[in-house]
Write a protein that binds this ligand. Sequence first.
Ligand SMILES: Cc1ncc(COP(=O)(O)O)c(C=O)c1O
Length: 508
Amino acid sequence: MPAPTTAMMYAGQDLAQIQKWIEGQKLKAPAMKDAPPFYRNLEAALDERRAGHNLVTLHRFEHKVDFSSNDFLSLATSGMLREAFLKELERNPDFAVGSTGSRISDGNNAYMESVESQIAMFHGAETALMVSSGYDANCAIFSAVPRPGDAIVYDELIHAGVHDGMKTSLAATQVPFKHNSADSLRETLVSLKESQSLIRQGTRCVLIAVEAVYSMDGDVTPLAEIVQVVKDIFPAGNAQIVIDEAHSTRLVGKNGRGLVCALGLEKEIAIRLHTYGKGLGAIGGMFDFASPRTGRNARYRRLFFGRLTRVPLIAAILANSTVLNTLLKLCSARHIHDGAIVSNARGDPRRLQDRVQHLVRRFCENIEADAAWDEAVTAGICSMPVSHDVESRPFVTQFLPVWTRQGQNYFLTMHLHGDGYTAIPIDPPVVPRGTGRVRLIIHAGNTDEEVQGLAASICRWAREMLDIQESKTPGNEMPSAMRKVYGLAQAVDVHGLDPSKLAANPFE
Ligand SMILES: Cc1ncc(COP(=O)(O)O)c(C=O)c1O
């Protein structure tokens, strides 16, 4: 028997992951009649998900080319960041690993405060506050900042962390406005002002929640317009904007200072949130304030009752700054004005920000030039609004969502996995009903060849779907990657598999 090739081994590993998921969908409670009620009830609740084939199981697709992680500057995997992190720890040899106490009791220290000052200065803010994650930052802001009688107005696609923060907020009025629509925001603010006398009189406030870059659509908030609308309707300043820069910190603006800095709006935005677990390749969250007087000492319950991992988290944040500063120096030594370079394993040093811009544009050109893609878009099989007119746009984001028909985002996901690329299917409730998609993320460390390969793989899938639609493959109504999955499901006796529930969706 011939020895298995690496490709065969990986295909085997992938199928094992999928098989694990399929097996995870088998009902458990019926076989637990004699088990203690605590365990039986728990499994009975999970069985409701299993019955719909949508129990989330953890998966691993480690050997593939990364088109799904949030490490969009490829720093998390960069040896430079690891090295800087270890050096930073060496500089603080006596550090305590744990937090020792919550921030308001014993958990505060000079190291933490100095990093907060540095970060605030970097972003042109007055002060900053560190928390364990971006999710925590959103929860902390929206639960602690609004006062009774205040209102929160939020973009309808705002992140789950804002919603979770709002659940414990004292602001009883919480109203969405249409995604990225300054007109819809204007209407919402006008109607709020008309209906709430204290807000109209300026004694109660409105907090407006937006994201700089929306990861599900890959679009950018019209921030300058939003600032103008808020000033028009509330000239006295009792309406303020909170912006989440999770996907723009270090990717947008000079040296990656974010969208607010890129637009020169530092003084107009009350609170900015930065995550360190995404483009910055570390972990943690930070929010900064335009005002030196208020914000930092609000009653953030997460800081009172939760603990931060101290030195390791801060060291990772600092290491990130060190790496980027080193890269910046290297850039200027090479007469490159701003941005940073990555010297990845493939030895292709370029500026990180520019590298993402270049690769996204390259991907869009490739896909738009392929006849199969064009035909599939015309046939309504798929589309990618962000790929249009990229040449005329001054800035593109790292996100490339491919919209498909209901449930077929799983067909494309399986196809891409089969070709060696990671991809994540996104479904409601994360996105509105009927708008399932595959979210692709481009990284500074991806090569041109990988990005071209990704575009070609999507176009092969598009051709396969066209052939199925045009009945050119009688008897095969499923694309080949899905046929393998159905074969597996039958082998482990799971029937009626719903493709729209096929992959573990970590966002639900
Ligand atoms: C817009 C936005 N804000 C905040 C977060 C949470 O960040 P973290 O991973 O640091 O908790 C995410 C992560 O999914 C996000 O997409």
